[in-house]
Design a protein around this ligand. Structure first.
Ligand SMILES: Cc1cc2nc3c(=O)[nH]c(=O)nc-3n(C[C@H](O)[C@H](O)[C@H](O)COP(=O)(O)OP(=O)(O)OC[C@H]3O[C@@H](n4cnc5c(N)ncnc54)[C@H](O)[C@@H]3O)c2cc1C
Length: 366
């Protein structure tokens, strides 16, 4: 039920493997990428089919999907499909879509998270190759990835819109070092990644030289939508569990608890309706638009409201294993909520995006 994993390295590897097996099974049966073009292994169907499949899938017990798999399938493969050359699509998309290969997203750095325009990792051209040096951080799934999709600076003078480029780097290259980071929710599913004189050929570049900002914005749009339609809590029926807990504790008639449960229900419904709007916008060819940011905010608001209700119900028992039914498992969920608010762009950044790109309000000064 936790938002992140609290597992050993071996347990995490097993979890990833189960997710890969499930993704392969779905792909081979034609349900892996329902909205994708047929020539890249999709079914070429509208988003409504994808939503219907997801609803059905959630009614069954299926393997929990680790970020290493969802980032590869839903974010990187989708980005290559949008921006890659025909050769790159043929090379990267089929194995990523089927989770045969895993790819992590190397964007954030110690000095560049919300403001990716400050990315300092450099790629310098050397004949037909590029040499990449820098440090990335918070990279989910890097320890298990075959590839890294990296945002780098290729021009130190140009404005951000023309200063960056993106590459697909083999994570087993000489000069790539991955160091796991421990999260407060227990596990170490994200990492620091050090790149020291890592050499890649020019055909590992995704998009034109200097077009990395556009690539990054494309990826972040896909990521927001992915987070906003994914089910929080790994497919667990959180509202159902919360309601059962309130009943078990004899608090289900408490007006404050009832209000909280109603809010969680309403936020869940809004998120699902907004997800349909994002899918309809994308199907109409306009991308998800502000619906992606709205969906991500609804996801984090709902998780924060769940935290408030469960804290109201359990008080100090939230953090101690008292052995009572339904109590301790919530600690893992609650400690994951702050991470969820940051990952894929913080709440504040989503609000800025809605204000500037959705409502047309004046841009904040940068
Ligand atoms: C669980 C998890 C997984 C992640 N996985 C990945 C990954 O796989 N790959 C990857 O590249 N990154 C990943 N990240 C990093 C994530 O994208 C960044 O944490 C996020 O973009 C915020 O950057 P930052 O942590 O540097 O915070 P900062 O950008 O330093 O922000 C600090 C605070 O300032 C606020 N702030 C910053 N700028 C503004 C502004 N303009 N207006 C208003 N408020 C502002 C922020 O909202 C935040 O509250 C992950 C993060 C988490 C928590």
């Amino acid at each position: 039920m936790g938002l992140f994993h609290n597992l050993t390295v071996d347990e995490e590897r097993d979890l990833i493997q189960r997710g890969r097996d499930w993704q392969r099974l779905k792909s081979d049966a034609g349900y892996g990428s329902i909205t994708w073009p047929v020539e890249y292994g999709g079914a070429g169907l509208p988003g409504a089919y994808e939503s219907a499949f997801r609803r059905l899938e959630q009614a069954f017990v299926t393997p929990r999907i680790h970020e290493a798999v969802s980032i590869s399938v839903a974010i990187v493969a989708a980005t290559v499909l949008a921006l890659g050359t025909p050769e790159q699509k043929a090379r990267y998309v089929p194995p990523l879509r089927r989770a045969d290969d895993l790819c992590c997203q190397l964007f954030s750095e110690p000095g560049a998270g919300s403001d990716l325009g400050s990315v300092a990792t450099r790629a310098i051209r050397d004949g037909s190759e590029w040499v990449i040096t820098g440090q990335k951080v918070w990279t989910s799934g890097a320890a298990h990835a075959d590839w890294g999709y990296v945002l780098v600076r290729t021009d130190t003078d140009a404005p951000r819109q023309r200063a960056m480029s993106t590459f697909i780097v083999p994570m087993r290259s000489a000069g790539v070092e991955v160091r796991p980071l421990r999260q407060m929710s227990g596990g170490s599913s994200f990492n620091e990644v050090f790149l020291t004189d890592v050499r890649v050929p020019d055909d590992a570049r995704l998009g034109d030289v200097g077009a990395g900002w556009h690539a990054a914005m494309t990826t972040l749009g896909i990521e927001r939508t992915t987070i906003s339609v994914a089910s929080s809590g790994g497919g667990t029926d959180l509202l159902g569990r919360l309601t059962s807990l309130a009943r078990e504790l004899g608090r289900d008639r408490d007006p404050q608890v009832r209000q909280g449960l109603a809010d969680v229900y309403v936020l869940g419904r809004l998120r699902s309706l907004n997800g349909r709007r994002a899918a309809a916008n994308s199907a109409a060819g306009g991308g998800p638009g502000p619906a992606g940011s709205i969906g991500k905010l609804l996801t984090t608001h709902r998780a924060a409201r769940i935290t408030e209700v469960v804290s109201m119900l359990l008080g100090p028992r939230l953090g101690a294993d008292s052995g009572e039914w339904g109590t301790f498992a919530w600690a893992e969920f609650v400690t994951g909520v702050p991470g969820q608010r940051l990952a894929g762009g913080t709440d504040e950044i989503q609000r800025n995006a809605i204000a500037e790109r959705g409502l047309g309000l004046p841009r904040e000064s940068r």
